[in-house]
Structures are given as C-alpha cells and as structure tokens.
Unconditional design. Structure first.
Length: 136
C-alpha cells in the first residue's frame, strides 16, 4: 500500500515539474480581462405602473414613496403576492393535460441600500384593506 502511495506521489511531482518546464520564460496565465468588472449597465426601463389601473397605480406610487423605494420593487412584489394568493383558486391550462398555477418568481436587483427590502415590505406589511395599514 505504501508503495502505491509513493508511486502516486512521485507521478504527481513529475507532472508538476513537467508543467514548470513547459511554462518557463512565459506567463503561466494570460492577463485577466478587466472589462468584466467595468460598470456597463444600461438604465432599467420605466416600470409600467399605469398598466395596473388608476387605483393600483396610485397605491403603488404612494407605497413606493412611503418606503423610499423605486416603484419597480413595490410593483414586482405586488405581482408576486397576487400570484401566490390566486394559486389555490385559479390555474392556467394551455391544454387539458397541463395546468399551471399563477406563481411568479421575483428577484429585486439593485445596489446595496437601494431599498429593495423596504419595497417588498410595502406589500408584505401593508396589505390593502388592512385597517392597520399605514399607507392609505
């Protein structure tokens, strides 16, 4: 058993030496592509708040302003919460053998401290119709 281990260790050592011989006089790694870390972001398109109708558009704007968050974060959270509420009552069916619940998966993308969580909290903590809601 010890001989097998020694043979394996010697083979690994020789492989490392041959790699060193191949790379002498030249860089072992190419220069990294620094363009990968440059900020090249396009601005996000405007969230279509008016598609929600007058009541919800007004609510979304007020909730976003109240939380100091972009309306996008509040609107996405509202869509996801609505889908989860409807999931037990309604299904879409493109054909008889297949049904899908209206569940949406959401991720709010933004820089740290861009009020992603407060935007979600506007929906999760202050549902419309709750008498304790701070957003009217």
């Amino acid at each position: 058993m010890a001989d097998a281990f020694d043979d394996l260790a010697n083979a690994a050592w020789r492989a490392g030496e041959s790699f060193d011989d191949q790379t002498k006089g030249e860089a072992a790694w190419p220069e990294p592509d620094m363009s990968m870390i440059e900020e090249r972001t396009e601005p996000a398109p405007a969230f279509p708040v008016d598609l929600f109708g007058p009541f919800w558009a007004s609510w979304l704007k007020a909730a976003a302003e109240g939380k100091g968050a972009p309306v996008d974060y509040v609107g996405q959270s509202l869509l996801c919460a609505t889908g989860s509420i409807l999931a037990n009552a309604r299904r879409a069916s493109p054909w008889p053998q297949w049904t899908e619940a209206p569940i949406l998966w959401n991720v709010n993308v933004g820089n740290p401290s861009s009020n992603k969580s407060p935007g979600q909290d506007a929906v999760l903590e202050h549902p419309v119709g709750n008498s304790k809601s701070k957003i009217a």
